[in-house]
Structure formats: C-alpha cells, structure tokens
Design a binder for this molecule. Structure first.
Ligand code: ITT
Length: 213
C-alpha cells in the first residue's frame, strides 16, 4: 500500500482527501507529526504555496527514519470575480489581512468579510470558483526528493447572499456550485467529494499514483 504524508493541519481537508483517495493508500498527516515545521505560505500562487509546503515537509522528513514514499500538499482557496480573484491565496487569512496579522482567521470572520464586500451585488455578478492545487513529491529509498508534480482542480459556482448549511468548512456555506441550488454546506460530503475542486485534482493524482502501485 502506498504511504503518503499529507502536509496539512486542516482536519476538514484531511478528511476529504482521505475519503476521496480511498483505502488503497495509507495517509499520515501532520497531526501524527506535531514537530513538523510550520511553513510560511507567502507565495503568489496556489502552486507556489503547495510546492513550498511539500518541499518544506520533505526536507524535514529526510532526517527521520521510516518516512513516507510520497509527500502530498494541498493549497486551495476561493476566487471571486467581482473581487479580482480575491481572497485567492489569502483565503485562510482573509479577515486577518485587515489587521495585518499572518495567522488564519475563523471561517465565520472570513465569510462575514466576503458578504460585506459583495453587499448589494446581484446574483449574476457573484461568480467565482474554488481552486485546488495538489502537489505530489516522491522520495526515493535514499530519501532523496524528486521533482514535484502538480494537479489542479477547479469548481465553478456563485457566492450566495447569506450562509446556509452546517456541513463542510471554510466558505462552503456561501458557495453554490454550478448546476445546484444549494451550498456545499447543504449538499454534504457525498456530493461535494464528487464535484469539488479537491476531488478533481485528486482524481488526476490518483490516476498517476495507480501507475506506481
Ligand atoms: P493547511 O495549510 O494546513 O493545509 P489551511 O486551511 O491553512 O491548511 P490553505 O492555506 O490551503 O489551507 O487555505 C485554504 C483555505 O481556503 C481554507 O482555510 C478555506 O478558507 C478555503 N477553502 C479551501 N478549500 C475549501 C473548501 O473545499 N471548502 C471551503 N473552503 C475552502
């Protein structure tokens, strides 16, 4: 079974990734490696941040015995057309940006800020998308790091006027995926994991990994 180390501390992401990848992979996470270094996500693109997270963790892993064969990192976020693509790479710390702090904000604060910025904008102008870049970093038997591979997934949709639904995380209560009249937080994990940005990126990665197993 292929052993993957997921470079995330976000429990929701982790659960989605584990469910979408299924039982053919053994997925460890940073929850099992509390001493792993914090990587600053200061790149201008999702791809840049995902590569940074994967390489930072892989470098640290080289000092440990019995490491995973692959490091996998997810960088993702919401792009809103009326905001020129914001919050984008700043999705996790959108509200905190106003205070000039580098830490993540709560989902409630991020959603409130988004609704405030889009106030009075009619539904046809509230278009946007979730984007996810997954980076796969293979490590060989000598624990040398090989070239990263990137897999991208995009899910188009609209930002609603008010939050609805209790499931999911982040901006899910505000995001109506194209073709649905409910938010990701109402639709729940079964539908989300079929059509989401993360699911699309992971399906691409899965077909690549199957060739290695
Ligand atoms: P890690 O870096 O530890 O993986 P993080 O939450 O900081 O966790 P990101 O930097 O990739 O991860 O930020 C992703 C943010 O984008 C996340 O906190 C949400 O606000 C938003 N986001 C990403 N995917 C989402 C999804 O499927 N549903 C709702 N919001 C999502």
């Amino acid at each position: 079974m292929l052993k993957l180390l997921l470079a995330t501390r976000n429990l929701h992401k982790l659960e989605e990734i584990r469910t979408i990848l299924g039982n053919n992979f053994q997925c460890l996470s940073l929850i099992e490696f509390p001493d792993a270094p914090e990587i600053e996500e200061d790149a201008a693109t999702f791809e840049g941040n995902a590569i940074k997270k994967a390489e930072g963790l892989a470098n640290w892993l080289q000092s440990l015995p019995n490491q995973a064969a692959y490091v996998l990192a997810d960088d993702s976020g919401l792009e809103v057309d009326a905001l020129g693509g914001a919050p984008g790479v700043h999705s996790a710390r959108f509200a905190a940006l106003d205070k000039g702090v580098g830490v993540n904000s709560t989902d409630a604060d991020n959603n409130a800020k988004l609704l405030r910025l889009l106030k009075d904008l009619p539904i046809e102008k509230r278009t946007g998308r979730f984007r996810c870049v997954i980076v796969l970093l293979p490590m060989n038997r000598k624990s040398e790091i090989r070239n990263p591979q990137c897999f991208t997934g995009v899910c188009e949709g609209r930002i609603s006027h008010k939050p609805s639904g209790e499931r999911g995380f982040g901006y899910d209560p505000l995001f109506f995926p194209e073709g649905f009249d409910q938010s990701f937080a109402e639709l729940g994990e079964k539908i989300k994991n079929r059509i989401s940005h993360r699911s699309i990126a992971l399906q691409k990665l899965k077909s690549e990994l199957v060739q290695h197993s």
